[in-house]
Design a protein around this ligand. Structure first.
Ligand code: NAP
Length: 568
């Protein structure tokens, strides 16, 4: 029998940050999953309550522990009344946890409700055998953490684990403050469940949580909002998140499918910036702004539906943001003031400028929403001749008036020709298989589809089939993100790396359909390769410099708290 090690405070420093929650339909399945993770993640939680007969599985689990002395393994057999799956009594739960300790588990988790039902000496006896994580779960809210913790402190556990449920973004701040105020004195583990609590799974460790939990794989989550261990490790670099790690994020509603975290965290990693970039799911702007100061967040990408609404919360912004009336990039200064930029313009103009001189080019924009506005003002500033067509013609006319462009009727398109047609509508996005124009209306050299999911839209396919040059929306996405990275860090963005991770992620999410069309023009192949491969000496795309760049003073761009001048 393996002697159960005693857990002293010093051991917190030896525990990995990431504990993989492993479940299984039966012991063999549980062990198979554990085997596949233990090499990369030697800190595992076995959810014994997922097994129909947890006690019967223990001899097999002992064998696993003997084979993997390097592993630190937690046994959890949470009772159904406390949110788990174990239907037995508290005494039966204690019996299983005791046997788990004897089998070699170094830690066991027990809910406060069970601990309170046990006799004092039973809890003390368990604690003498094995490290004890005393847990509390609130499956509805993030409230009364202090009261709950006061009850938990009555038990001399090795770790106190407090798990709440975030119903808004600010609940994460509440959890972080709670962790910060107790982690100096107690061994704390804390996070918020739920989709809105995802950021606490990363920021909790920054606030003093000794470790956090990750799902073994997508679809194997043991709690709402749990993200996979590979995402926590590879995207969020959880092992290197610390108190001094700067926090950035993409704010919107919804944001869970945004590829910005994958792209921006890859950029931070590549340029060794001590920062983490999160998806900030804000159901309203007030909730977001309350968090910005308290987390504190250094910079944000702003996405739908807050690009316009955020403008009134800014202390200052660049001329394009003011002109367009929409902001997609925020920098927060040391004194909490917010400064806004619009990098969507660079995202549209840069890919075009890499291919042509824009002055005098006839460019048709389809749409009159936010992206169309960025395109219209940005391209007019480059002296292009801009035309706008929109489902609601009045909106096209209004935008044309503001941007000094021309509005055109859909019925006239077949007779007109352009150098570039830009799709700034959602047509073609995700499951939508529509094209904003018919083939006979594509009288142009280039088609630039701002939609980037899927990588190849119906419009792009039609344009390729017609032998036109195409620019995928991925290029806009990467370029607008690259400018954000530069504004926040003052460093050149690793554009090739950013393009590579996004295109690989898109491929994984939506594998390319087998090619049915003819070979694309050579220029497209080269462009696709450029964003898909981080070539060793890939030339950086030309920087976009505003015609008459106004200088905007930002007190807290990423590197120092000193005043910093950032140029778009
Ligand atoms: P938005 O402000 O909501 O504007 C959408 C525009 O599309 C409006 O002009 C709307 O016409 C038109 N539209 C919507 N549904 C339509 C339909 N079924 N048929 C015809 N027209 C339709 O959106 P946005 O922020 O400008 O974004 C537009 C698209 O650009 C997004 O869906 C996204 O795919 C893409 N985008 C890409 C990037 C990138 O980084 N690649 C960045 C931003 C946006 P009405 O005026 O008639 O409603």
């Amino acid at each position: 029998m393996r002697a159960a090690p005693t857990y002293s405070r010093i051991q917190r420093f030896r525990l990995p940050r990431l504990c993989v929650a492993v479940t299984g339909s039966d012991p063999a399945n549980l062990l198979e999953r554990a085997e596949s993770h233990v090499r990369d993640n030697p800190f595992l939680e076995f959810r014994l309550d997922y097994l129909s007969q947890p006690a019967a599985a223990l001899p097999k689990l002992r064998h696993f522990l003997d084979l993997h002395p390097e592993a630190t393994v937690v046994a959890t057999c949470r009772r159904a009344v406390n949110g788990g799956k174990f239907k037995g009594s508290v005494q039966a739960q204690l019996d299983i946890l005791t046997k788990a300790a004897d089998a070699g588990f170094q830690l066991v988790e027990i809910e406060i409700q069970s601990a309170e039902e046990l006799k004092r000496d039973q809890f003390a006896e368990l604690k003498n055998r094995v490290g004890v994580i005393l847990s509390f779960h609130d499956f509805k809210s993030t409230k009364k953490l202090e009261e709950q913790f006061a009850d938990m402190r009555k038990f001399a556990a090795d770790f106190h684990k407090v798990v709440a449920t975030a119903t808004n973004l600010y609940d994460n701040v509440t959890m972080m403050k709670f962790l910060q105020s107790h982690s100096g004195q107690y061994e704390m583990v804390g996070l918020c469940m739920g989709e809105q609590g995802i950021i606490s799974r990363v920021l909790g460790v920054r606030a003093g949580s000794i470790f956090t939990f990750g799902a073994a794989a997508a679809g194997e989550e043991t709690a709402p909002g749990q993200i996979t261990v590979s995402e926590l490790r590879d995207t969020y670099r959880i092992e290197s998140v610390e108190a001094s790690t700067q926090v950035y994020g993409v704010a919107g509603d919804p944001v869970s499918h945004s590829l910005s975290p994958v792209m921006m965290n890859a950029a931070f990693r590549r340029e060794t910036v001590n920062a983490v970039y999160l998806a900030l799911h804000a159901k309203n702007l007030k909730d977001l702004l309350a968090c910005v100061n308290d987390i504190p967040i250094r910079g944000m990408s702003i996405t739908m539906p807050y690009k316009e609404e955020i403008v009134k919360a800014l202390s200052n912004s660049d001329p394009l943001t003011r002109q367009i009336g929409a902001c997609n990039t925020v920098v927060r200064s040391a004194d909490g003031k917010l400064y806004g930029f619009n990098t969507d313009v660079a995202g549209i103009v840069s890919p075009l400028e890499q291919r042509m001189h824009l002055a005098g080019k006839r460019i048709l924009i389809i749409g009159a929403g936010g992206a169309a506005r960025a395109a219209a003002f940005g391209l007019k500033a480059r002296e292009a001749e801009v035309f706008i067509v929109n489902r609601t013609p009045e909106k096209a006319q209004a935008l044309a008036r503001q941007a000094k462009a021309k509005s055109v009727k859909r019925a006239d398109l077949a007779k007109l020709s352009f150098d570039v047609i830009i799709n700034a509508t959602p047509l073609g996005m995700n499951g939508n298989k529509q094209s904003p124009l018919e083939e006979k209306e594509l009288n142009t050299n280039y088609v630039f589809d701002l939609v980037y999911t899927p990588a190849e839209t119906k419009l792009i396919k039609m344009a390729k089939a017609k032998g036109l040059h195409v620019i995928p929306g991925l290029e806009m996405f990467v370029q607008q993100g690259a400018r954000q990275f530069e504004i926040w860090t003052g460093k050149p963005a690793p554009v090739a790396e950013m393009g590579y991770v996004v295109s690989k992620t898109l491929e994984r999410l939506q594998p390319p359909e087998p090619a049915q069309h003819e070979e694309p023009p050579a220029s497209e192949k080269a462009a696709a390769e450029k964003v898909a491969k981080p070539a060793k000496k890939a030339p950086e795309p030309k920087k976009v410099v505003a015609r008459k760049p106004k200088r905007l003073v930002v007190k807290a761009a990423a590197k120092s708290s000193a005043k910093k001048t950032v140029r778009r």
